[in-house]
Ligand binder design. Structure first.
Ligand code: NAD
Ligand code: IPM
Ligand code: MN
Length: 362
């Protein structure tokens, strides 16, 4: 197949990790007979520096007409003046909203080789396989923001349609997995959460009677996620709770540098990005972990291009590289470590080997 992929490297380690994912996609293309065309555009701080705005019109235009978007990360100390009128993060929020990407899938599946990097006891992590579905285009992120002298406010708003569509996506994922869905809210305090709970209950009762739904308050969820991660399969939650819980969940996997994501809407175009940020503390050193972005590229193959076997081969290649002990510094835990390029090369080398998944398809 032929596909046009817009790449938005962004800031900090963004260019380093997207370059790794492009190299992997090029290998997949050469090996399995696909032609991926990459077009790079500006977003975030890099876009502010070049054009004055974090999401230039031509970037959005290119993303709209692409088959998929691969994104690095935005932000950094250079643009983090609290009084700044334009901020890199606005570009990211604006492109998610403009493309209607309301469902953000964040899989968390600890790998044996990375268990040492996790602060959690290894026996708690065995068999953990969680899919967090984070609502991405509503809630407090997008409500009216005001600052009047010494007081400030951020409005948190949801309507039933916004909740219904993301819950449907999560429930159908649950149906294709273990049939268990956990909805996370703060219904003991927030009105938006009470609506969230009502709508979720209704959608699952009426449309997914085969899915077992439980509700969990976000504060205790933060605790249970660490104490008994195996108890969860698909988790659905609002925008800010999902943001926070998934950085927490990255400690189940051992590092932020391992968690990919897919942001999806009604069509097939999606944004694929690691859940981590621009990591200014390690940017430019060639030591960033590229696996999260490579795994995001796998999600791109699966969700936007319909190449599920190729996606599985990329996931397997990363898993094999980890098994072979190819660990970046964030994963090493005292063991020898390699840089971004060597980790990427290890995945590429694994991709040259036969991939059983692909043979099954043939
Ligand atoms: P961060 O995720 O950038 O970094 C947190 C810690 O994790 C740092 O110590 C960093 O070195 C480490 N880390 C992150 N990714 C890594 C990788 N691939 N390999 C190895 N180590 C990695 O979070 P932060 O420091 O709070 O934020 C920095 C900037 O990134 C801020 O401007 C923030 O707004 C932005 N940010 C952007 C995105 C995004 O673009 N999607 C996501 C989160 C944060
Ligand atoms: C993420 C990031 C973003 C978010 C920021 C940079 C706006 O933390 O993708 O998780 O909060 O959604
Ligand atoms: Mn985040």
């Amino acid at each position: 197949m032929q596909a046009d992929i817009v790449v938005l490297p962004g800031d900090g380690i963004g260019p380093e990790v997207t370059a790794a994912a492009i190299a992997v996609l090029n290998t997949v293309g050469a090996r399995y007979g696909h032609r991926f065309r990459f077009e790079q555009h500006l977003i975030g701080g890099a876009a502010i520096d070049a054009t004055g705005t974090p999401l230039p019109a031509e970037t959005l235009e290119a993303a709209r007409s692409a088959d998929a978007v691969l994104l690095g990360a935005v932000g950094g100390p250079k643009w983090s003046d609290p009084n700044a009128k334009v901020r890199p993060e606005q570009g990211l929020l604006a492109i998610r909203k403009a493309l209607g990407l309301y469902a953000n899938l964040r899989p968390v599946k600890p790998h044996a080789a990375a268990l040492g990097a996790s602060p959690i006891k290894p026996h708690l992590l065995q068999g953990v396989d969680i899919m967090v579905v984070r609502e991405l285009t509503g809630g407090i992120y997008f409500g009216r923001k005001q600052r009047n002298g010494d007081s400030a406010s951020d409005l948190c708003e949801y309507n039933a349609d916004e909740i219904r569509r993301v819950v449907r996506r999560a429930a159908s994922l649950a149906r294709s997995r273990s049939g268990r869905l956990t909805s996370v809210d703060k219904a003991n305090v927030l009105e938006t959460s009470r609506l969230w709970r009502d709508v979720t209950t209704q959608v699952v009762r009426d449309e997914f009677p085969d899915v077992a739904l439980e509700h969990q308050l976000v504060d205790s969820m933060a605790m249970h996620l660490i104490a008994k991660p195996r108890a969860y399969d698909v988790i659905v939650t609002e925008n800010m709770f999902g943001d926070i819980l998934t950085d927490e969940a990255s400690m189940l996997a051992g590092s932020l540098g391992l968690l990919p994501s897919a942001s999806l809407g009604e069509g097939t175009v999606g944004i694929y990005e690691p859940i981590h940020g621009s990591a200014p503390d390690i940017a430019g050193q060639g030591i960033a972990n590229p696996y999260a972005t490579i795994l995001s590229a796998a999600m791109l193959l699966r969700h936007s291009l319909g190449l599920d076997a190729e996606a599985q081969c990329v996931e397997l290649a990363v898993s094999n590289a980890l098994d072979a002990g190819v660990l970046t510094a964030d994963l090493a835990d005292g063991r020898p470590s390699v840089g971004t390029r060597a980790a990427t090369d290890a995945v590429i080398a694994q991709l040259q080997l036969p991939c059983q998944v692909m043979e099954l398809r043939d």
